[in-house]
Ligand binder design. Sequence first.
Ligand SMILES: Cc1cc2nc3c(=O)[nH]c(=O)nc-3n(C[C@H](O)[C@H](O)[C@H](O)COP(=O)(O)OP(=O)(O)OC[C@H]3O[C@@H](n4cnc5c(N)ncnc54)[C@H](O)[C@@H]3O)c2cc1C
Length: 511
Amino acid sequence: MTPNSPPTVSPQALGNFFDDIARVLGEDNISRTPSHGALEGIQGRKSYGDPFSTSGAHAPSGAVRPSAVEEVQEVVKLANKHKVCLWTVSRGKNLGYDLHRMNKIVEVNEEYGYAIVEPGVSFFDLYEEIQRQGLNLWPSVPAIAWGSVLGNTMDRGFGYTPNGEHSQSQCGMEVVLPDGELLRTGMGAMKDNKTFALYKGYVHSVVTKIGMHITPAPEAYATVEVSVPNEADLIPLTGTLSDLMRRSIILNSPSIANIFRIALTSQIPEVHAKLAQYMKPNSYVPYDVLEEIRTKHNWGFWKAYFSLYGSVEMLPALIQTVRRAFSTIPGVKIEWREFPGSPGHAITSAEIKEEQIPHSGIPTLAPLGIVDSRSEKGGAHIDYSPIIPPSGRELYEWYLTAKQRTIAARFDFFADFHVYPRYVVGIELVIYTLGEEARVLELCGDLLRDGAELGYMEYRTHVRYMDRIAAKLDFNDFAFGKFTGRLKDVLDPNGVLSPGKSGIWNGVSKM
Ligand SMILES: Cc1cc2nc3c(=O)[nH]c(=O)nc-3n(C[C@H](O)[C@H](O)[C@H](O)COP(=O)(O)OP(=O)(O)OC[C@H]3O[C@@H](n4cnc5c(N)ncnc54)[C@H](O)[C@@H]3O)c2cc1C
């Protein structure tokens, strides 16, 4: 094995591995090729591998689908015996080693606001269980809710309630180590400890159970949209949002859309007809056309979406505080939908109904449609997502660079910026058709390089870019990469577990 490449496995060893696994799981629960057995993905595709790519890069040799912790332990031991590498997916919607059959909701606790789930539990499953039990809980869900609560958290995903930063809301893990041993983190290290999902701790391996904190349904609630007219208004918009978060006035992470996204996600057929003239391969919607649409509909260049959560007494004061904070931006428009509530009564999601952004935790798949907006079939998307300081100044500087790159590559800039108290995740989502893959990959390479030159790194990335991002961790002659490589050599000497995940490989420390 050389660093940055998984160990080579002979077809014979792979066959022996599958034969051994079949004796444990049954032939029905293994796939000896990547082309069958996966949960249905976008456009009905059922193969393991990336449905947004034509290259077939990173496709696994097959998959195994254990349904219990003991089976996971057995799989890991057999992987060591045959020196076969595994890559863990929970529902595989990051579109293996597939844990979707492990789909138990172990516990949902309304009093303390948490759930303990297995890898195969989707955001829909957890939401439906909460509704079935009639619990006053608003679980955090991502913009599309098909994925695994656990998989999304391991990938540093996020949702839209006050517990939306999933890696922060995670509490208590059960993991299978690379040698097959089972371990519980945090308070779970003590047998039968009662605070497993209440007090934190962390180790990364194959995670087979996870505790997640959940927001209690509030007494009073309002969804708020703040629009600002000019491109440079991104600066005060972002700065004000992050300041209100640092002061705990806004509790969930606001997302910011640009005019392209506002137009694309509007329900106005005339706007869609206009965009369709330009949204096709090798072309983008010119900014003078977007400006024409914006002024005609009196929209902002940017729009921020967030919600306010509190008691009956607090909500009017929170709304007033937010209005005052943004009133200094000329031309600002603040709209809100208010649920004033009544004392002692928790607002139910049935009262709220499905929202465009799931601030109350009602799961949806609606945003998936945007992926095909550039062509009727075969649409795809990829994100570039640097972590940037939250004043708004740094975000605007980066945005202008990235926007120019995107225009030059003939794609549209879809902004999905997420504000937190002390950073912004500046997600640029690029929609492309499969025929445009080479051009979009070149654009992603440029965005990565430009971002790094400004001093920024991504929070989460496609497997394709993990090594390139790890190669930027150059402090003290790549000390961090050498350290994680050393840990990998000790904990996973055969390199069977997720080789190259987050750019971590065996043997790096010996380079
Ligand atoms: C239009 C659109 C909008 C989206 N919006 C959002 C959004 O708002 N927020 C968001 O977060 N995402 C969003 N996504 C991304 C995506 O759909 C979800 O994040 C999805 O939850 C990821 O799939 P999964 O949970 O099935 O993860 P998986 O594919 O199962 O796992 C992801 C990764 O986590 C690791 N992992 C998984 N399981 C384990 C385990 N048991 N042990 C150890 N490691 C593990 C692996 O490295 C794996 O590659 C969006 C996607 C689209 C197309």
